[in-house]
Design a protein around this ligand. Structure first.
Ligand SMILES: *Cc1c(COP(=O)(O)O)cnc(C)c1O
Length: 408
């Protein structure tokens, strides 16, 4: 019986290798590889023995301290949360002083993940979509300013997104807070590992909340988890209380709250991720460079700002003339075992729920980018050889010779 199963397996593998070509392992879009749980047994036993499983126990305290040192040179502080969506809800509610009522807007790019808008809606805000810059793909200052002028006092909050880990100009938003008195929360879900021009982790020194994700699919891969950074200690204290049912005195709610606590096991996984993290981000940056160098003649790319980006995957723009064939191109790559996605298409203003419940400004650049966007595979365990394979298949799919490999 076992023999038959073995033979079947062997036949299946031959079939796969024929279908996928001679060097034929699959290249999935993402291959989450958080720290190996099997190697954390000693620490897991520690947690079990301590009897402290959550409620900001020792693992959380260590994680917050180490993250603050590693990413922000010890300036400001981090508050752990159980995921970035809850983190965004807490940070938004904190920024506007509770749950909003009436038609109050949260300005955010339409070119972001659904969680940005969902979080605002849970807080009672109405997403108001702005356009993105055609080069950096970050919220477009002109578009944001136009909405600020048009909607004036109805704007409760601005929520820029640090697109695909790009280093948003935080100085501009500090100025808006100072001059207009409109609060800001940054969706930096994919930014752990990104380094700004100042040499510190993205968000460094920010007076408002910067919200990071530690989801398994992000560069800082754990399982579920998030972190809010702010240099403002009062804000951090409020966020801490809000993430603990709004308790600022024992079992006494004094403000809006929910359960946003990260478990000790999740904090342990995150601590472990911190150890190897720099090498992971560097490796991904090298993969991104290889993608860019090889695809540059034909594809468009995001203009990176700051010193380093943490790549969750590799975003690229199809040649304009191929955009209409995107579905076929993705299917063609799928045929040879390569997983490709298209974040963020449809963008938020194109999704029916948001279309029906939100307001959109003019979005010409968002529309153009979203139509052409492809998200190419990336993983901690991805090799440069695998990048070559993706490039070759992609170039073939858009009708170009790959001009890399041999002469490079
Ligand atoms: C992943 C992501 C989120 C949500 O993060 P979770 O930790 O999964 O809740 C929010 N916003 C953006 C832009 C994201 O990419």
């Amino acid at each position: 019986m076992e023999k038959i199963a073995e033979n079947l397996q062997a036949c299946y593998e031959i079939f796969l290798s024929l279908k996928l070509g001679s060097n034929g392992m699959k290249i999935p879009f993402l291959r989450p590889s958080p720290p190996r749980l099997s190697e954390l047994l000693g620490d897991l036993i520690q947690i079990e023995k301590s009897g402290i499983f959550t409620n900001f126990g020792p693992m959380n305290t260590r994680l917050e301290g180490e993250a603050t040192r590693r990413f922000f040179g010890g300036a400001g502080g981090c508050i752990t949360v159980n995921n970035a969506t809850i983190g965004l809800m807490l940070a938004m509610a904190e920024a506007v002083g509770g749950r909003a009522s009436g038609r109050r807007y949260a300005v955010m790019p339409s070119f972001t993940f659904a969680a940005t808008a969902q979080a605002a809606m849970w807080v009672g805000l109405t997403p108001l979509f702005c356009d993105v810059d055609p080069h950096t793909w970050l919220a477009c200052p002109d578009s944001e300013n136009a909405l600020l002028e048009q909607y004036g006092d109805d704007i409760a909050l601005i929520v820029p997104y640090a697109t695909f880990g790009n280093n948003l100009d935080l100085g501009r938003y500090e100025k808006i807070v100072r001059e207009r008195g409109v609060p800001v929360v940054v969706d930096a879900a994919a930014s752990l590992g990104s380094i700004g021009a100042d040499g510190f982790g993205f968000g460094y020194g920010s007076s408002f909340s910067i919200v990071f994700s530690m989801h398994a699919t992000k560069t800082f891969a754990t399982s579920e988890g998030g972190m809010i950074y702010s240099a403002d200690e009062d804000r951090r204290n409020r966020l801490r209380a809000m993430a603990n049912f709004g308790f600022s005195a024992p079992r006494t709610a004094t403000m809006l709250g929910l359960n946003g606590k990260l478990s000790e096991v999740s904090a342990l996984i995150a601590l472990e991720r911190l150890r190897s993290f720099d090498a992971i981000v560097e490796h991904r940056a090298n993969l991104a460079k290889a993608y860019r160098d090889a695809l540059k003649p034909v594809f468009g790319f995001q203009q990176a700002r700051g010193r380093r980006l943490a790549y969750q995957f590799m975003p690229a723009l199809l040649p304009a003339k191929s955009a209409g064939r995107r579905k076929d191109i993705i299917a063609e790559l799928e045929e040879v075992g390569i997983g490709v996605a298209s974040y963020f298409s449809p963008h938020l203003a194109e999704q029916s729920f948001f279309q029906n419940n939100c307001v959109a400004g003019d979005l010409p650049h968002t529309t153009a980018i979203s139509r052409r966007i492809l998200s190419l595979p990336m993983a901690d365990i991805m090799t440069l050889g695998e990048v070559d394979r993706v490039v070759e298949s992609l170039m073939r799919a858009v009708g170009h010779e790959a001009t890399m490999g041999e002469e490079a």
